[in-house]
Design a protein around this ligand. Structure first.
Ligand code: ADP
Ligand code: ADP
Length: 233
């Protein structure tokens, strides 16, 4: 089966007094190519640790993460072909908007020296994120919502085979979050991007996802389409 397969993943960590604790406690889930899956759960439920484990930023204590059937054990983060977006988009302060969005294009993929194609891609993604004409803006002049739009455009530019988003809207106020959640979904669908979207916010999960995986205390409670969630016979 294509796409992402997470199998029986366990992640332990050492807490402050040195005892071993469990952040992710035997999670299995699949994300099909082109699917947007929201991982929803309260703070401390293990969502971020699971996302980091999928990215290769956190060692697995047990289980497997596979892409298109191939085990990713030993494959470093930068070779997984995944994109990452965090709560604070972490833009490069010394580059303008186009310089941020085009950053990943200059070093990855075929035609990495094709400047005309890079410019077209940068412009296309800025328009997709509602930032047409922002190419030469200084990132310091942007609002919080605009900064996250730039971070999203930057992460999509190299066409990641999986985009991992960890609470990308959590630093924004509620009205902005609602608008942006819809725009994020539209951008993921328009680019056919497979994505895992971590959030503690129900409305956000419903607005972005094809399916929602609910997590608590390190375990998955259920995985369902938004309309089916909580409605069990
Ligand atoms: P979420 O993303 O759902 O808020 P996290 O994955 O960040 O949850 O954390 C899950 C639990 O594991 C929390 O109780 C957190 O404090 C704990 N945890 C995870 N990794 C570590 C670590 N390296 N050191 C200490 N605690 C950790
Ligand atoms: P570089 O010397 O790395 O090309 P630039 O700041 O000129 O530095 O460009 C950074 C990225 O932004 C590159 O991917 C480039 O193709 C893109 N870019 C530069 N100018 C524009 C523009 N006016 N419209 C769209 N993309 C642009």
């Amino acid at each position: 089966m294509g796409g992402l397969a997470v199998r029986d993943v366990v992640v332990h960590y050492r807490d402050d007094d040195g005892t071993v604790a469990t952040a992710v406690d035997g999670v299995s889930l699949d994300i099909a190519p082109g699917e947007v899956l929201a991982l929803l759960g309260p703070s401390g439920s293990g969502k971020s640790t699971l996302l980091r484990a999928i990215a290769g930023l956190e060692p697995l204590s047990a289980g497997q993460v596979r892409w298109d059937g191939a085990d990713l054990a030993g494959v470093p983060t930068h070779r997984r072909g995944f994109g990452l977006v965090f709560q604070d988009g972490q833009l490069f302060p010394h580059r303008d908007v186009a310089g941020n969005v085009g950053f990943g294009l200059a070093m990855t993929g075929p035609g990495r020296r094709d400047r005309a194609a890079h410019r077209a891609r940068v412009t296309e993604l800025l328009e997709l994120m509602g930032l047409g004409g922002f190419e030469r803006r200084d990132v310091a002049s942007l609002s919080g919502g605009e900064r996250q739009r730039v971070a999203l455009a930057r992460s999509l530019a190299p066409r990641p085979r999986l985009l991992l988003l960890d609470e990308p809207l959590s630093a924004l106020d509620r009205a902005l979050r609602e608008r942006l959640a819809g725009d994020v979904r539209a951008a993921l669908v328009a680019t056919g991007t497979t994505a895992l979207f971590v959030t503690h916010d129900h409305d956000e999960a419903f607005a972005v996802a094809d399916r929602i995986a609910v997590m608590d205390l390190g375990r998955l409670l259920q995985v369902a389409e938004p309309a089916e969630l909580w409605h069990r016979p």
